[in-house]
Design a protein around this ligand. Sequence first.
Ligand SMILES: Cc1ncc(COP(=O)(O)O)c(C=O)c1O
Length: 423
Amino acid sequence: MSRPSERADAQLLDERSPLAHTRDRFRVPDGVIYLDGNSLGALPVGVPDRLARVVEQEWGDGLIRSWNPLPDGGGDWIGLSKRVAARIAPLIGADPADVHVGDSTSVSLFKAIVAAARLRPDRRVLVVEPTTFPTDGYVAAGVADLLGLELRWCDPADPLAAVDEDVALLALTHVDFRTGAMFDLPGITAGAHARGALVQWDLCHSAGAVPVGLSDADADLAVGCTYKYLNGGPGSPAFTWVNPRLQADARQPITGWMGHASPFAMARDYEPAGGIGHWASGTHPVLALSALDAALEAFEGVTVEQLRAASLSLTDLFLELLDERCVPRWPEIEVVTPRDHARRGSQVSFRHPDAYGLVQALIARGVIGDFRDAGAEPGIARFGFTPLYLRHVDVHDAVDHLVAVLEGEEHLDPAYASRNPVT
Ligand SMILES: Cc1ncc(COP(=O)(O)O)c(C=O)c1O
């Protein structure tokens, strides 16, 4: 096939896709082209029934008994976090025994950064990348303040240049939330290790869309949310991975009873549970974890390689159509996502002087992406490509809508002059 600039070509790509069947595992509203799965994933079809069952039967009828396994096979809330961890582990190239699920991403970052700093007590610097997602920088600054460490900003083009013998931890986001640019996780991990530092990866924009390979890379710590490509629902709990080589010595700071070696012994003094068990703090959010558990069923029978191939095919098509149909006519569109597959996550972003209006005008047509402020630079229109439910024809149709918006100057509608609280 030549360049798939015709809709029929896009349709052919969908027919041949090994993931053609997984769209049925989601509820994508009619008339919507959903390009925001990098912010909040679509609703997997199994979630409503699971939540109803957990609420009505396990909570309503089972009451406190549901913390233990029930005779009908339900309940066992106490093991829920581990069951969810087992579903996430293959998607990040990890062993289930090394994954904890239960806190928010920001809290997980806090626990991991404190633990990492304590593992390198003779080193006084935390290195963070200035364009990272704000919470990562804010939490690192909070930890630096708490432990009396120095926060050092690195050059995103060469994070290792900031890593010297004073650095305890290099904390990076694997895929940049604005541009979709992806760091070389194994290469940077190895480079930091050669300098004696640990590396913590934020996988919010990676898990469920791009291969991560934490064990193969011998990474140190990783944290990621589950409400984007993992489709766990708004505010679903985050995961933390700790390399087993560090688990015996790593100490996270929120030493709650659920991370105790024997919570129901109700002992006075804290004794950490072995392995990843120590990373739990309090009672886990059963409803949210149940939704996430059901959501992750959408990945059954799907390999990370299939996800990556489908994601690249979708982002390639969007980039090609932008180049062919939009950039020549509206040169103010500046694509900021890397063309190189090795450097690209699962989203495509471009700057535009009216990026907010463009995104809003597209949403009015049912094409949902989002806008991210970029400070003094023109804002960014972001489009995420979730390989489980997005088709090539959707990409094709989305670009048709974009052309129509630009031709009709719909993005200049004064209604878009003031921004919604969430952009
Ligand atoms: C890279 C990254 N880290 C962290 C977060 C958010 O953290 P939390 O789940 O605590 O709100 C996001 C949210 O979009 C993100 O993109």
